[in-house]
Design a binder for this molecule. Structure first.
Ligand SMILES: *[C@@H]1O[C@H](CO)[C@@H](O)[C@H](O)[C@H]1NC(C)=O
Ligand SMILES: *[C@@H]1O[C@H](CO)[C@@H](O)[C@H](O)[C@H]1NC(C)=O
Ligand SMILES: *[C@@H]1O[C@H](CO)[C@@H](O)[C@H](O)[C@H]1NC(C)=O
Ligand SMILES: *[C@@H]1O[C@H](CO)[C@@H](O)[C@H](O)[C@H]1NC(C)=O
Length: 421
């Protein structure tokens, strides 16, 4: 009964629920160069360079996360940049919630001998990430994981979202859950899901490395999040999200056209390949950065995370009104708005936008992001070939006094004549 109620839009129910808040220990480990090292990494000095390196039997990013050598991972960390399952890198700017990965796997578990083996049944796991703005850059601060477990003809829905904030090494997390179909309902208290005889889907927090994990071991998947510190240099303990897959659970990489994590080689089309295909289709060069920006901005993802600026949801619709060729042009001339921290800081003075768990509100009480409005107007002007909107955007950039923060020689909407017939 309770579960049914939560899947209806009875907003008043939410007011009587308070999800748990978790506070970690203060402090970080010793510095190694600019960073502290990840769990299972050591500080190494080679040829005068000090850096964190993952231990033997592990691989990853020594300053952020190391995963068992046999696992695949995609990490979205710092500015943010993505290191995909195939090892490729790309920058992904923006504050909107982004579709990171979609995985289909066998059900699996660890047997008495410690080996991971498959069981009857399958999983579908979708991972999303959202960002907070810090000093003109974007850093991860929340994750949403939607899991479906199939066995014979039954399905179990498990959806968890975890978000956090940090100040000088002190991290606070908030976790919420729901069991609605496809994760489309209201969030309430954290949940755990038992999968008959083989394991549970549950969260775990490490108070030493400040990671929150959703352990979907029954599908061979783990999703970890470290939110951004609002005071300390983000390089010390990089913020990010990591998705880890066990090969033993036979993951398939789905929705690769939508997700920001590229599949491993041989398991689907890489971002680079997708960009090449799009270049062919529209007869214009599309870089993987262009494509990443397109995926983030135009993704069909409901921007309903805590503290989301209200105008983030408009972007998808604006993109949808554009044919592909025009959209590619618009992306090339509008994405600079997000890619350039000094422009971001200059144009939108509300530099640090985030939901505050402690204060239960956005630190800056503003319902729309000036930056997102500019982006939306830029895309709209170029997509709809609307001369007035195009000029309006040019004027607001000129009037803001921030035009000199745009990198020299960058091709932007300022290059457009805004003349349409
Ligand atoms: C938690 O983090 C610490 C510090 O990196 C690490 O030593 C420990 O193994 C981690 N615990 C788990 C369960 O991963
Ligand atoms: C599970 O599925 C198999 C075939 O797919 C069927 O033979 C079996 O009866 C099913 N078991 C249950 C408990 O539904
Ligand atoms: C899957 O369903 C079968 C038959 O209903 C059952 O015997 C088995 O324990 C189930 N496995 C899991 C992991 O739920
Ligand atoms: C676009 O304008 C900028 C500055 O106005 C200029 O530096 C750049 O060369 C122009 N790019 C193109 C492709 O015209």
């Amino acid at each position: 009964m309770a579960a049914i109620l939560f899947c209806l839009s009875l907003a008043w129910i939410l007011s009587c629920l308070e999800a748990k808040t978790i506070t970690s220990n203060e402090g970080v480990g010793p510095l190694c160069g600019a960073h502290t090292c990840a769990t299972n990494a050591i500080c190494s000095s080679r040829q005068g360079e000090t850096s964190c390196v993952c231990d033997r039997d592990y691989r990853g990013i020594g300053s952020f996360v190391c995963v068992p050598e046999n696992d695949n991972y995609c990490a979205i960390f710092n500015d943010p940049s993505v290191k995909s399952f195939d090892g490729s890198h790309v920058q992904v700017p923006g504050e909107q919630m982004t579709f990171a990965a979609h995985l289909g796997t066998k059900l699996c578990y660890r047997n008495d001998k410690g080996a991971i083996v498959t069981a009857a049944g399958s999983c579908d796991v979708r991972v999303y990430v959202w960002y907070c703005r810090r000093r003109g850059k974007f850093f991860t601060c929340g994750m949403l994981v939607k899991v479906m477990v199939f066995n014979n003809s039954t399905v179990k829905h498990h959806t968890t979202r975890i978000y956090g904030e940090a100040s000088q090494g002190r991290y606070i997390f908030k976790e919420e859950g729901q069991r609605c179909e496809f994760g489309n309902g209201l969030f309430g208290d954290p949940i755990e899901t038992e999968v008959a005889g083989i394991g549970r889907i549950k969260s775990a927090y490490n108070y030493s490395n400040n990671f929150a994990f959703l352990d979907v071991g029954v599908c061979g998947i783990k999703v970890g999040l470290r939110p951004v510190d609002s005071v300390w240099d983000p390089l010390i303990t990089p913020a990010g999200l990591v998705v880890t897959t066990s090969q033993e659970c036979e993951p398939d990489y789905l929705s690769v056209e939508q997700t920001i994590c590229s599949p491993p080689t041989g398991k689907g089309t890489s971002l680079e390949q997708q960009a090449a295909e799009l270049s062919q289709e529209v007869g214009d060069t599309v870089t993987k950065e262009d494509l990443a920006c397109l995926k983030v901005i135009c993704g069909d993802v409901n921007q309903n995370f805590p503290g989301a600026q209200t105008n983030l949801n408009n972007l998808h619709e604006t993109c949808n009104s554009c044919d592909k060729r025009t959209l590619v042009q618009a992306i090339k001339q509008c994405c600079f708005i997000l890619h350039n921290p000094s422009f971001v800081n200059c144009y939108d003075k509300q530099t640090d936008v985030a939901y505050s768990i402690v204060k239960k509100q956005k630190t800056v009480l503003k319902k729309t992001s000036k930056l997102t409005s500019l982006l939306d107007e830029c895309l709209f002007g170029l997509c709809s070939e609307n001369s007035d909107m195009c000029r309006l955007v040019q004027n607001s950039i000129e009037d803001s006094g921030c035009a000199d923060k745009i990198r020299p020689n960058q091709y932007t909407i300022l290059n457009s004549t805004c003349e349409y017939y």
